[in-house]
Design a binder for this molecule. Sequence first.
Ligand SMILES: [Zn+2]
Length: 302
Amino acid sequence: MINDVHCHFFSTRFFEILGGQLSTAEDDTFTTLPERLRWDAPGSPEELADRWVQTLDANEVGRAAVMASLPGDEASVGTAVRRHPGRLVGMTMFNPVAPDADVRIRTALEDERLRCVCLFPALHGYPLDDEAVDRVFAAAATAGAVVFVHCGVLTVGVRKKLGLPTPVDVRLGDPLALIGTATRNPEVPVIIPHFGGGQLRSTLMAADLCGNIHVDTSSSNGWIRYTPGLTLEAVFAAALETLGPERIVFGTDSSFFPRGWQLTVYERQRTILETLGVETAAEEAIMAGNFERLFPAGTPDR
Ligand SMILES: [Zn+2]
């Protein structure tokens, strides 16, 4: 059994919002941008949701968390989740210091019933010990939602391919700045993706102090090249040592079609767990069980 905690839902609306950030005024970016990227056009949220379920089926994946990958696209993911509630869990990128933050988080958690609020402090320019982050945790606690916090190095693949600049202050993605808020909200599960994205040591320190901090294993984890000699095997071993298998959650960072669900990420990580001699129960927790605990299936109304 496999569940995937980290996927991106690149909807038609996503491309419209992204197109609005281009310097050239185009009003049909929802078709031209996927063409420029040589990606399949997403179609309606329902069609894209069906496509996701097809790729999950083809790879025998049970459930996946899919992210609205720009603020303003919550409704597309809400539609997808309502269409396939047993297979898809909704997440959304959220900017807690934006003027419309109050409305956006209500839309995400109450109207669209998304279950994870995703923070990108390096992208939106606020420190993780800002009181705006406290408000996110309070809203998540009320809704029974999870908070995802992108730390470390941040590149946005789709923006890079389109030649869109992505100004980021990577220093703001500091896991240590999360310790206070995570400690004050022990009931709110936190996911730091990509083992901290280059901030492995700080992520392990924060997770050692805060029992609610999890890591996801998603993407190719290309950040390991910043530490000479570091291997993904060693990263898994260190995470297992400090967090244990209960707080490591498998993810791929799958995003666009026709590529679909990223089997190669799974195969590589599965091999690593076997090489490390991780027991079956622990492997099942990482690959599926922890996801089920964070996002219980069949929760009424959610
Ligand atoms: Zn991602």
